[in-house]
Design a protein around this ligand. Structure first.
Ligand SMILES: NC(=O)c1ccc[n+]([C@@H]2O[C@H](COP(=O)([O-])OP(=O)(O)OC[C@H]3O[C@@H](n4cnc5c(N)ncnc54)[C@H](OP(=O)(O)O)[C@@H]3O)[C@@H](O)[C@H]2O)c1
Length: 425
């Protein structure tokens, strides 16, 4: 059996597990690859750390970028993370030197994926990144290969396990966002600085990668509207339940005459399969022209699930498969596509007001002014001259009307704080 020499840069949660699996399950994995998967070099910052695999016979590199010029390395596995700097330099130089690259780096693929894809084509080597979106869910291979025979109309996904865990815990335990976030940080499900996850940036980067493959465009995170879950209150979760919905941070994209990509918390009808994807699980629902709806679900993070996707890429590369990175030659990918028109939706509003006469009339007047028809209005209990939430759901409306209503509500003296609004799906 001939061999493929592999180097791993980054030996944290994912990198250590990949190295460990390449050692303990080498025979099984090499048989699948049809070649001996030969791990020869590694790089991380701290050589003294015990990482749960045998490093004694491996070449250690202080500077990960040195790996790119090692003649004996055929495949570089980048598991450092971050959009620029060392990982980018390592991947670029490896491709320039004709080495294939496997990465789990969504930040880099979202920002520099097009340039890296060009380099991989020019130098006739593979660039694989299955683990960069939704952990172990084989969504990139599914979109690029399994479903390449059909157009994709729309992508809808739960792409951030931290947010899904927080929203699930808020619902199950009746706790507020801050309390659940702290608990998630204590358990290691959320980073010390959670903004990347809870503000929707992580999901947005992943969505831009999926949109690129589904719609034949270059990944473009600038063409994407993002709002995270910080404003979701336990009150919203309780009302969602009562109204027959569940709140999820949804990433969705559609390409018709233009591209519409959004990450935002949404009220999802309990009848939809994706509403039942709970905890740290991720899911992607693809609405396709010929195959109808295809939904995949599984763990979006964690050492073993993510290593599964990285190992699958290593096997694919070792087999010599080298598909177009985003499903089309980079010459065929569309660049700088226009933003499309947002779809019409029904909406949920939570308006915190003082419980006194005339307030409701003032608020509903704003909806009447823009002909946004109210489907239901709930003000639960009485709390004279104190704060109460007013919950309004509307009939379907267009985005411009929604924006006008939101602007007027934000300026209204009747509201004690910013109105909260979510799409109903
Ligand atoms: N964790 C997950 O569940 C998950 C899921 C999907 C995708 N990913 C992606 O996988 C990648 C790795 O994530 P991770 O969670 O494994 O990260 P991590 O635990 O923070 O590990 C990062 C590793 O990179 C090493 N490193 C940092 N700077 C370096 C440098 N300049 N040169 C060489 N090594 C350097 C660190 O070294 P030390 O150990 O010495 O500090 C560490 O071993 C990221 O792109 C991430 O987005 C992660």
């Amino acid at each position: 059996m001939n061999k493929i020499n592999i180097a791993i840069a980054g030996l944290g949660t994912v990198g250590s597990e990949v190295a460990k699996q390449l050692q303990i399950n080498n025979e099984f994995l090499s048989k699948k690859a049809g070649r001996k998967l030969n791990l020869i070099a590694v790089s991380a910052k701290d050589k003294s750390k015990n990482r749960g695999f045998d490093q004694s016979k491996l070449n250690w590199f202080e500077d990960a970028t040195d790996i790119a010029s090692l003649n004996e390395v055929d495949l570089v596995v980048e598991l450092i993370g971050g959009s620029d700097g060392v990982p980018l330099e390592l991947c670029k130089n490896s491709l320039i030197n004709g080495k294939s690259v496997v990465t789990a780096n969504k930040a880099m693929m979202s920002k520099h994926g097009y340039d890296l894809a060009k380099l991989s084509e020019k130098n006739d080597c593979s660039l694989a990144f299955e683990a960069s979106v939704a952990g172990c869910i084989p969504i990139i291979k599914s979109l690029r290969d399994g479903l390449s025979g059909t157009k994709v109309n729309k992508i809808t996904g739960i792409l951030n396990g931290t947010c899904n865990y927080i929203l699930t815990e808020m619902r199950e335990k009746g706790l507020n966002f801050d309390e659940v976030l702290k608990d998630a940080q204590d358990k290691g499900y959320a980073e010390a600085d959670p903004s990347f996850d809870v503000d929707g940036v992580d999901a947005a980067q992943k969505l831009s990668i999926l949109s690129a493959i589904a719609f034949g465009i270059s990944p473009d995170i600038n063409n994407l509207s993002i709002s995270g879950i910080r404003e979701v209150d336990v009150t919203d979760i309780i009302f969602a339940q009562e109204l027959g919905y569940r709140i999820k941070l949804l990433a969705s994209s559609k390409f018709d005459k233009g591209l519409v990509q959004e990450v935002s918390p949404c009220m999802i009808s309990l009848g939809r399969q994706i509403s039942n994807v709970e905890g740290v699980l991720n899911a992607v629902d693809l609405d396709t022209e010929l195959a109808g709806s295809v939904m995949l679900t599984g763990y979006g993070a964690g050492a073993e699930p993510t290593a599964t996707a990285v190992l699958s890429d290593i096997i694919t590369v070792a087999q010599g498969k080298c598909p177009y990175v985003f499903g089309l030659s980079t010459n065929e990918l569309s660049l700088n596509v226009d933003t499309g028109e947002k779809e019409n939706y029904r909406y949920y509003f939570r308006l915190n007001v003082i419980d006194k006469s005339g307030v409701l009339a003032g608020v509903t007047e704003i909806f009447r002014k823009y002909s946004l028809s109210i489907e239901s209005l709930i003000q639960r209990g009485r709390n004279p001259n104190e704060e109460v939430p007013v919950i309004i759901t509307t009939h379907e409306t267009d985005f411009n009307t929604l924006q006008s209503v939101m602007e007027d509500l934000s300026k209204s003296k009747e509201l004690l704080n910013k109105p909260v609004c979510m799409k109903i799906i």
